[in-house]
Design a protein around this ligand. Structure first.
Ligand code: MN
Ligand code: MN
Length: 268
């Protein structure tokens, strides 16, 4: 029997970022923000995370180099899934979602993925790199690791990625139609991948790719809180502390972490 615990895992890796490094510094900063004395550990549905024993931080994946990073991430998540029911990963750049989902697909053969991002991350390759943070969902879909992929918040779809989305039957909810993402429902287990640049840069300036016209913090929270699904795992990626202003994006990431924990605990 699996326990009902939730593991919060750090992945300090930004080796496949195309534009700016910095996301490797994020996991520790997000946890610092979570425990900052300026706020508390209560969630909006009235759970005191400080008084709960069904979640824990389990440290960082020990990453030594780009070559072995993915196998280390997959192995660590895989071993956590053997002991725990759910893993929330703090990235890192978005490339890490591919090895994480490889581990999840082993545990959940009918996995759905809900992906929030300004970008579809469906490139066949970028700059000759197939593991780029612009490619994880192409790798996931071509390896049949998810039975369904829904992307929301997208506002940079180009011709190549539109073809990729059609090839992989990705359901895209464009940013301009984002209201229809506020009551999503899924049959079967769901993995939620949140690239912080799904948010408007006004709400989350601490990201490498500023893409105006994005979601508000409240819209992302509403999406998490109204999601009708069995949420089995999640990641929060692409926080770049080097680009942050007064730590505001770190607090946004910590807030999303709290509300994802709350949503998972409601399922228990
Ligand atoms: Mn993005
Ligand atoms: Mn992304």
């Amino acid at each position: 029997m699996k326990s009902e615990n939730i593991a919060v895992l750090g992945v300090p890796f930004d080796g496949y970022s195309t534009y700016l490094r910095g996301a490797a510094k994020a996991p520790g900063k997000i946890l610092e923000s979570l425990h900052c004395d300026s706020s508390n550990l209560w969630t909006e549905n009235g759970i005191d995370l400080g008084g709960r024993t069904d979640w824990e931080t389990v440290g960082d994946v020990d990453i030594k180099d780009d070559k072995t990073a993915f196998s280390k991430i997959e192995d660590r998540v895989g071993s956590l899934l053997k002991d725990k029911s759910r893993v929330i990963t703090l990235g890192g750049d978005h490339s890490i979602t591919y090895p994480i989902v490889r581990a999840y697909a082993g545990a959940y053969p009918e996995l759905n993925i809900l992906h929030l991002d300004a970008h579809p991350d469906l490139y066949e390759e970028l700059g000759g790199i197939r593991h780029s943070h612009a490619c994880p969902f192409a790798r996931i879909m071509e390896n049949n690791l998810a039975s369904k992929l829904v992307q929301a918040g997208i506002r940079t779809l180009n011709g190549h990625q539109k073809e990729q989305a059609e090839r992989f039957k990705v359901e895209i909810i464009d940013m301009k139609n984002i209201e229809s993402a506020m009551d999503l429902s899924f049959d079967g287990p769901v993995y939620l991948s949140i690239d912080l640049d799904c948010l408007d840069p006004a709400f989350a300036p601490g990201v490498s790719h500023h893409e105006p016209g994005g979601m508000s913090t409240r819209q992302v929270l509403t999406l998490i809180q109204t999601l009708d699904a069995d949420l089995v795992g999640a990641d929060i990626v692409e926080y770049n502390p080097d680009r942050d202003l007064n730590g505001v994006t770190g607090m946004v990431a910590a807030k999303l972490l709290k509300e994802i924990l709350a949503r998972m605990m409601e399922n228990n």
